[in-house]
Design a protein around this ligand. Structure first.
Ligand SMILES: *[C@@H]1O[C@H](CO)[C@@H](O)[C@H](O)[C@H]1NC(C)=O
Length: 155
């Protein structure tokens, strides 16, 4: 009987905790457009193909993820290009400050780049990926270039 009571209390607590914990998880493909770039200025990459976007924290119109709550978040991307118009380049930005500069150049075939970060973010902090000037990136309906992230836990 006591065990049953404890189980009930745990179930109630669990439900309350999970309802307080915001659901934030996104996964997007870049586009079906093929090659993007190179451009003569840095551009924020807009991932437009939605696989999931719990909490709508990633905005495909701007390419910007905005943290809805203070917490610890995980982000990752993989990117590809065909090296026809230059090497692949992807930069990771946190609040207007570059955190990572990734590039890929294979001598005779595809360029690839991938990376992952865990950031502690304040509510309103922004994370986004940038295509640097002179570099290009590729995606088509095979979904080879993707950007994903989720809230690990609020703090
Ligand atoms: C890419 O994703 C879309 C949407 O889920 C899917 O319909 C399509 O089959 C995927 N492409 C491949 C090659 O798997």
């Amino acid at each position: 009987y006591i065990i049953l009571m404890i189980q009930n209390v745990l179930t109630v607590l669990e439900a309350r905790l999970s309802s307080k914990r915001p659901k934030v998880a996104f996964s997007f493909g870049l586009s079906d457009a093929g090659r993007i770039g190179p451009f003569n200025t840095d551009i924020t990459l807009k991932f437009t193909k939605v696989f999931t976007n719990f909490g709508q924290a990633y905005n495909p119109n701007t390419g910007i993820f905005t943290a809805p709550v203070r917490g610890v978040y995980y982000f990752r991307f993989s990117a590809m290009n065909s090296n026809v118009n230059g090497p692949l380049g992807v930069q990771v930005y946190l609040n207007g400050k570059r955190v990572s500069w990734n590039y890929g150049r294979d001598s005779n075939w595809y360029g690839r780049a991938t990376n992952a970060f865990i950031f502690q973010l304040e509510k309103g902090d922004v994370v986004y990926l940038v295509l640097p000037v002179g570099y290009d990136i590729f995606d088509h309906n095979y979904n080879v270039t993707t950007f994903s992230g989720f809230l690990l836990f609020p703090v």
